[in-house]
Design a protein around this ligand. Structure first.
Ligand SMILES: Cc1ncc(COP(=O)(O)O)c(C=O)c1O
Length: 377
C-alpha cells in the first residue's frame, strides 16, 4: 500500500533527537528551530519525558473516560498552577482542531447562537467547523462551507464593531499571535475590544492558543501580556512535546453536563504522563522565563542582521521577514548549515519555533548561519 500523498517532503529522514538537535539516517546533525510545526517544547528525548512515558506505558497506556483517572486530575492541577488559571476547568482531547471544535461547540451550547467571528489569515485546524472558520478556501471542502462563519480583517476594530451591530454573535475566535500566517500579533486594543464586545453582547471569547500558547510567547498565553482573559483557551502543540493531545481551558461561567463533550482517546493515561512530564520540566528548567529571555535576545539579534526586513513575535514564536521569497534562504540554512526553520503563508517570512529551553549559544549558531546565508549572494 502507498501513502495518500498530501505532504510535500524534504529528502531528510530524522532518526534521533536530543534537546534542540536532530540526526538523520546518514548521521548528519541538524539544529532544530522549528520542532516539527512547534510541538517540541522541552526538547527531543528529554530524559524525564522518556522516563515518564516509558514507565506509564509499561503500567497502563490507556483506559477510557468512564473510569477514575488520577493522572488527569494531576495534569489539571499542575496546569492550573503554572498557567495561573486555577479557577478554569480542563477538557482533554487529541489535537488543536479538536480543541477548537469543542470550544466552538461549548460556546454555542452556552448562548444558543450560531455565528462565529474569526479573522483573515488565521488558522484553526482542518475538522468541519474549525476549517470553515479558517481563511483558506483551498482546504475548505464544499461540505464544510457554512453561513455561520464570518471571517473579518485581522486587527480591524471597526469591522468587528459593525459585525456585532449587524449579527447576533455566538463567539469570536482569535489567535493571540497568528502563527501560520507569518507571526502577526493581535494588538492590545484589538484584544481588549474583543473582550468588551463579547461582554456587552453575551458572546464568547475563544483564544486559539494552539500555537502561540503554553508559554511559547514568554507568558502562558500571549494575551496575558495585556491582562485580558478569554472565556475559553484552546491548546495543543506544546502540551506533550509531540505526543498527540489537545486541551480546552474553560472559564467558571460554563457549567458542564454529562455527555456534553466526549472522546475515546483524549486524556489517556499515556497522554497525561507525557503532558505532566512537560509541565515538570517547565517548572524545573524555568521554560517560560527562558522563552521570554532567549526570545528577547533572539529578536534583538535578528534585528541587527543585514537583509532582515522585519522581525515579529514574542518569546520563542518569531517571524523574520526577508526582502524576497524566503524559500531559498530556508533551503540553504537546511542543506548547507543544517538548521531547520519553518515556512509560513507569508512567503517572505521564516518562522522560528524552537524548544522553550533552547540556549542563547544555540541561537548564536543560527544568527551566524543566517548572516552568512544573507551575505553570500
Ligand atoms: C493556531 C492553530 N490552531 C489550530 C491548529 C490545528 O492543530 P492540529 O493540527 O493539532 O489539529 C493549528 C495547527 O497548526 C494552529 O496553528
Amino acid at each position: 500500500m502507498k501513502l495518500f500523498d498530501v505532504y510535500p517532503l524534504f529528502s531528510i529522514t530524522p532518526v534521533k533527537g536530543e534537546g534542540c538537535w536532530l540526526w538523520d539516517d546518514q548521521g548528519t546533525k541538524y539544529l532544530d528551530l522549528y520542532g516539527g510545526h512547534a510541538p517540541i517544547s522541552i526538547g527531543h528525548a528529554h530524559p524525564h519525558y522518556v522516563d515518564m512515558i516509558s514507565n506509564q506505558v509499561a503500567r497502563l497506556g490507556f483506559y477510557s473516560n468512564s473510569v477514575q483517572n488520577p493522572l488527569q486530575l494531576e495534569l489539571a492541577e499542575k496546569l492550573g498552577k503554572i498557567s495561573g488559571y486555577e479557577d478554569y476547568t480542563l477538557f482533554l482531547c487529541n489535537s488543536g482542531a479538536e480543541a477548537n471544535e469543542n470550544a466552538l461547540k461549548l460556546a454555542s451550547f452556552e448562548n444558543g447562537r450560531k455565528k462565529i467571528i474569526s479573522f483573515s489569515k488565521g488558522f484553526h485546524g482542518r475538522t468541519s467547523l474549525a476549517v470553515a472558520i479558517t481563511d483558506n478556501p483551498k482546504i475548505v471542502a464544499p461540505v464544510n462551507e457554512t453561513d455561520n462563519a464570518l471571517i473579518l480583517p485581522f486587527n480591524d476594530e471597526e469591522a468587528l464593531e459593525k459585525a456585532f451591530q449587524e449579527h447576533e454573535i455566538c463567539a469570536v475566535i482569535v489567535e493571540g499571535i497568528q502563527g501560520i500566517a507569518g507571526i502577526y500579533e493581535a494588538s492590545e486594543s484589538f484584544v481588549k475590544k474583543i473582550r468588551s464586545l463579547c461582554d456587552a453582547n453575551n458572546a464568547i471569547f475563544i483564544s486559539d492558543s494552539v500555537q502561540c500558547g503554553y508559554g511559547r510567547s514568554g507568558k502562558f498565553f500571549s494575551t496575558d501580556y495585556y491582562d485580558v482573559k478569554a472565556d475559553i483557551y484552546t491548546m495543543a502543540k506544546a502540551m506533550a512535546n509531540g505526543f498527540p493531545i489537545g486541551g480546552v481551558l474553560i472559564s467558571p461561567r460554563f457549567k458542564p453536563w454529562h455527555g456534553e463533550l466526549g472522546t475515546t482517546f483524549g486524556g489517556s493515561h499515556l497522554a497525561c504522563a507525557a503532558a505532566i512530564a512537560v509541565l515538570d520540566v517547565y517548572e524545573k528548567e524555568n521554560c517560560i522565563e527562558n522563552a521570554a529571555k532567549v526570545g528577547a535576545y533572539t529578536i534583538e539579534k535578528l534585528k541587527q542582521v543585514q537583509g532582515v526586513k522585519d522581525v515579529r513575535g514574542k518569546g520563542l514564536i518569531i517571524g523574520l521577514e526577508l526582502e524576497n521569497d524566503s524559500a531559498p534562504i530556508r533551503n540553504k540554512l537546511l542543506n548547507e548549515y543544517k538548521i531547520f526553520t519553518g515556512s509560513s503563508s507569508c512567503k517572505k517570512t521564516i518562522r522560528i519555533l524552537p524548544a522553550l529551553n533552547i540556549s542563547t549559544a544555540e541561537i548564536d549558531l543560527f544568527i551566524d548561519a543566517l548572516t552568512k546565508c544573507l551575505n553570500d549572494k
